[in-house]
Design a protein around this ligand. Sequence first.
Ligand SMILES: [Zn+2]
Length: 396
Amino acid sequence: MDDNDHRAIGNRMDLFHQQEEGAGMVFWHPRGFALYQVIEGYIRRQMRAAGYREVRTPQLLSRALWQASGHWEKFGDNMFALPGEDSHALALKPMNCPGHIQIFNKRIRSFRDLPFRLAEFGACHRDEPSGALLGLMRTRAFVQDDAHVFCADDDIVAEVARFCALLRRVYADFGFDDMAVAFSTRPAVRAGTDAVWDRAEAALADAAKQAGLDCRAQPGEGAFYGPKLEFALRDNRGREWQCGTVQVDLVLPERLDAAYVDADNKRRRPVLLHHAVLGSIERFIGILLEHHQGRLPLWLAPEQIAVASITEAAADYAGEVAARFEEAGFRVALDTRKARLPRKIVDAREAGIPLLAAVGAREAAAGTVALRGADGDSEVLAVDAAIDRLAPEAFR
Ligand SMILES: [Zn+2]
């Protein structure tokens, strides 16, 4: 495995590991999970601002529901099922859609409730063959930043455009400016009639055009319930990684009997749009690590600043400075080892910590820090001034 592989970076930065007893699963270490939570928190705020409401649905659901949704038939080989009879015949969810439809169905919905937007950090399991597993890129357990919009036919174009704008903003924040879009159409194994597929594909093509997307065609690559747009990020090594998706679905609302009452008091089927911005968060972290080679932007770094004492006498002051940064919301590593400063600088860089605040007798007396960034330049600032200077870049 080369040094640039996300597994090597993850090991170097002490972010996560995987082992035989949990093949295709991830053990997140404290630093890795700090990164995970920063990403989750950021997406949560973005989705809320875009009008999605967050929910959580069960991990295990009855096999009967998966049969009704069509997942059991079309996707069953990839599902983990528990042995049992009737209501004890449960399966781990490979997707979150049927759960969200249960929430929609629990009330009588009117056209005024549409578009009805739900989001979930959905923990999914899929039984991938062991040969296909690859670090964080291909796992059996992952969390999707999943979302579903229940809407009327007329809303599809606006909803897709809205989602594409959100995607672009988010990808840019993570340092990706280059995005490729693919349009995937009906697969050989599918649910729904040809007429339904004609309608869904036409609606999505229209929406993509209006959103100004330049799409490459991927015939036969759609989901079993509908066509999709797939958004791939191009990393700094020129490789493409599929992350976001938008899928138009006219099949699942029918199969699971989702309905709303229109302006003429008639019962109608909503269109279901499936969205994910990052896709699998595990996989996205793998892509991020390789793209940035472990040198994550300040707002994403598991530890943002190392506070290092230059002399043993400055250890107490280093502790005070670290506490001040922590109070301001920074993720801080405190280094009061006896080692010399150059050693501490090298170790912080190795751990992917973008900033270092060095403090010795002079800084302790003046209430300052010697702040050093990735470029190696160092500047002496009062602690408050350093916090004010760094905060805008440190939090998204
Ligand atoms: Zn879905």
